[in-house]
Design a protein around this ligand. Sequence first.
Ligand SMILES: *Cc1c(COP(=O)(O)O)cnc(C)c1O
Length: 370
Amino acid sequence: MSSLIRPNVQGMRAYSPGKPIDEVRREFGLDRIIKLASNENPWGPSPLGVAAAQDALASANFYPDGAAYELRKALSDHHGVPIEQIVAGDGSDELIQLLGLTLLGSPDDEVVMGDPSFVQYASVAALAPCKLIRAPLDSEARHDLDAMAAACTAKTKIVFIANPNNPTGTVVDRVSFEAFLSRLPESAVLVLDEAYFEFARAYCDDYPSSQDYLSHGRVVGLRTFSKAYGMAGMRVGYGFFPTWLADGVNRVRAPFNVNCMAQAAGAAAISDTAHLKKTIDGTREGLKKLNEIFSRVGAKVAPSFANFVWADLGQPARPIFDALLAKGIIVRPGDVLGNPNALRVSVGTPDELEMFEAALVEVMKAPAIR
Ligand SMILES: *Cc1c(COP(=O)(O)O)cnc(C)c1O
């Protein structure tokens, strides 16, 4: 009966997330599992967000505010972006899908993305369905904006730039970004996926924030509470849109796409400066530590401005991934992300990174890993 499914959907694969902790615990009979696989916040969720979500639970008999007014108002005040240009989503993943549903309508439409970059962009094109063009990253694992500009045509409808990029953690700087923007065809919307905005703003001097380019009229910025705010399980993200596109997306989205706990959590967490500072400072230390660990084993790490690193081990990474897993350490193997020699490892607490270091060093000096 699967032949009843749309042909383009038959060709798609379900998203394969990082291995859940409980699954690894069961599989290997281990007590302590460390998950460094999904760029989650190892210091936990924003306490202000959690408290607000708990309060909101008491009103769970009512539908949430379909306009997510309080959340968007808090975001508007915090960022200084007009409220009508902000749309909330069930995670920024939903907003990525909604952009595809809103903007893509013909098999001739083209979507341009980096390679490797965030896998959800490819599924947007597959679902449309339309043509996907992947522009390989440069030798430093950064978006090659010249190549991306050259890949654009009058049929380009969406260009996705994850900034910082996932899985590599690299950023595009302001000067190259502005040069690219000046070459963006009039048919195209440029989506800046800023899932790691809070880290990049703190770690990078010439980071081009989407907010500064909204007046362009075809630039979108996507943000999330999943990473720096530690609320990945809550599912709440948002985007800055040109007004015309916010109107379009609002027609397409489900009426109650963000639940009431998530809305309240986001509205409170956006001003949780203490939790954010702890996260940004701790992540800075963690990045330093991960760089040291990987240089100990002779791996090449891309310069990261997010809460994870992309390390090229110079040998197939799948056996290393498997050996780490057997020790209760979950990372992300690069074969599913675009480079079979790479591992993507999220920043953990100092304690977690010490355990990771001991395990990695042991695993990588083991002779003849098969
Ligand atoms: C984590 C991540 C997202 C998804 O965030 P959600 O808000 O949890 O859906 C989007 N884009 C990139 C590049 C990410 O790494």
